[in-house]
Design a protein around this ligand. Structure first.
Ligand code: 2AL
Length: 261
């Protein structure tokens, strides 16, 4: 099967880092196809960065050969539901996947993320995903996303320290890493801390394999039905649904998709 891993930020080296994490866990028959957004911020660290990243993700979703599943490789899961609307293949976000994985191996986790200003994004996801009973705390480190890439930065030490505080002060039993750029830290942190440390990239790839293996596709009835056909104006005219993908008819808003193969 083919899983397309889309990095919504425009830093190709971070896509490669995610790709290594994905390939390390992928089953022998799984091909990981990497895609880096061509438009938008070099790192996603706020609501504006997130909002503007979505078109680059849509471009990558629609471009090239269709995949059996898609992973959005940014911890804010930017554009996740929009992506699910326009694809019939499963689309996974790394935050959602990581939090679900954490609940399978612990009853409580803390999220250790990047800048303080991204904390609210993670907290909103915790609520959206119904994870309030599991997530003890979102801990920001004030490490910028691109600092994670610099070998001489103290990012790793800061993240380790924050994880130790989470275990001691939050009494959490697992750590969810709150950035795709932390994917390469998971195993070393796990060995050091002695608790599960969950990288969402790996979790999303394995869940994607499971969903494809179960032949599950995104529901095209109701909320995640294809967008309604209507004109889009201005700079976004080219993204009008009728031009890009099957659309839901206004008179038949619950269009049903034939499931193949
Ligand atoms: C992220 C992430 O995973 N990639 C990125 O550019 N920003 N999320 C975060 N909380 O820093």
């Amino acid at each position: 099967m083919k899983i397309k891993l889309i990095n919504p930020n425009t830093t190709a080296s971070m896509t490669e880092l995610m790709g290594s994490a994905a390939r390390a866990v992928a089953a022998p028959g799984t091909e990981i196809v990497l895609a880096t957004s061509r438009s938008g911020a070099v790192s996603i660290e706020g609501h504006y960065d997130e909002a503007l990243s979505v078109l680059g993700t849509v471009d990558q979703l629609l471009e090239g050969d269709p995949a059996d599943a898609y992973v959005i490789g940014c911890f804010g899961d930017p554009g996740l539901l929009a992506a699910r609307e326009i694809a019939a293949a499963p689309v996974l976000g790394i935050a959602e996947a990581a939090m679900h994985a954490a609940t399978f191996v612990s009853t409580s986790f803390s999220i250790v993320t990047t800048l303080e200003r991204t904390r609210v994004i993670s907290e909103q996801l915790v609520r959206n995903y119904g994870m309030e009973r599991h997530c003890r705390r979102v801990r920001a480190t004030d490490v910028a996303v691109l600092e994670l890439e610099k070998p001489d930065s103290c990012a790793r030490a800061i993240i380790l320290g924050e994880c130790e505080e989470a275990l001691r002060d939050d009494k959490s039993e697992a750590i969810v890493l709150g950035c795709a750029g932390m994917a390469d830290l998971a195993k070393a942190l796990e060995q050091h801390l002695g608790v599960p440390v969950i990288d969402g990239v790996a979790a999303a790839v394995k869940f994607a394999e499971a969903l494809v293996g179960m032949r599950l596709r995104t529901s095209k009835v109701g909320d995640l039905a294809y967008p309604l056909p209507k004109p889009y104006l201005g700079k976004l005219a080219g993204y009008a649904p009728a031009k890009l993908f099957p659309t839901s008819s206004p008179s038949q808003p619950t269009e049903r998709l034939a499931i193949s193969g």
